[in-house]
Ligand binder design. Structure first.
Ligand code: DX5
Ligand code: ZN
Length: 220
């Protein structure tokens, strides 16, 4: 599978969100990462299904909802009917991880689990056969613009074979930029979330996306 950058709109200028999303789409962006925060599971608030529905109208890109919320089971259906194509949940927020994954997939969208830096990657091993994706957090969830934590990948090599056998897409989220991306290439990671490295003042979102995507494709 080709490796790809997934821009996170968390750092976008929401006063011109449509233009910012169009900019990455025009540069070949295929997946948009949506950080949903409830001010409870994480100490920050972002947006809910209403804005996902609006973004669904703005773009044909794959919409990946990263739910950093307590009791996601209460809201998952709303995110799916709003247009999310992929739903990612933190296992500790689900009353039954298996049931949550299966109910997401039963609605025809992809389901994944997220592991925080203070959790072991092995906590998701029992669910490999039910998951479409594993999202490894390389910052403590809650805010964009934090520093990349390389230690979150120490246990990945021993799981790589099993992840591949189960066809689980591996994704990393947090602190990925032009400088840090070199450290996460060639490690079996398929998707790289980038928020502040894509949406910033230095260049257009599309230009920043292309710079990162070229580094991923060239493997440097
Ligand atoms: C953090 C979010 C990340 C964040 C990444 O809680 O899950 O997706 O937007 O932002 P950067 O790329 O700036 O670290
Ligand atoms: Zn995220």
């Amino acid at each position: 599978m080709a490796s790809q950058i997934a821009p996170s709109v968390l750092s976008a200028d929401f006063s011109r969100l449509g233009d910012q999303i169009q900019s990455v789409a025009d540069s070949g962006g295929e997946v948009l990462h949506l950080d949903v925060m409830d001010g409870h599971y994480v100490p920050n608030l972002t947006f809910g299904p209403l804005l996902v529905r609006a973004m669904r109208k703005m773009t044909d890109m794959v919409l990946e909802a990263h739910l950093m919320i307590s009791e996601p089971d209460l809201y998952i259906d709303n995110f799916i009917s709003a247009g999310a194509d992929i739903v990612l949940v933190h296992p500790s927020t689900c009353s039954s991880v298996k049931d949550t994954l299966n109910s997401i997939k039963a609605q025809g969208v992809k389901a994944g689990l997220v592991v925080n830096p203070d959790e072991k990657l092995s906590i998701v091993e029992p669910y490999f056969s039910e998951m479409d994706q594993l999202l490894i957090m390389s910052v403590v969830p809650g805010f964009g613009g934090q520093s990349f934590m390389p230690e979150v990948l120490y246990d990945l090599p021993q799981m790589s074979q099993s992840l591949m056998e189960n066809d689980v897409l591996v994704e990393i989220d947090g602190g990925i930029n032009m400088t840090t991306i070199g450290a996460v290439l060639d490690k079996g990671i398929n998707r790289f979330v980038a928020g502040s490295a894509v949406f910033n003042e230095h260049a257009s979102p599309g230009e920043n996306f292309s710079t990162l995507q070229n580094l991923v494709v060239s493997g440097r």
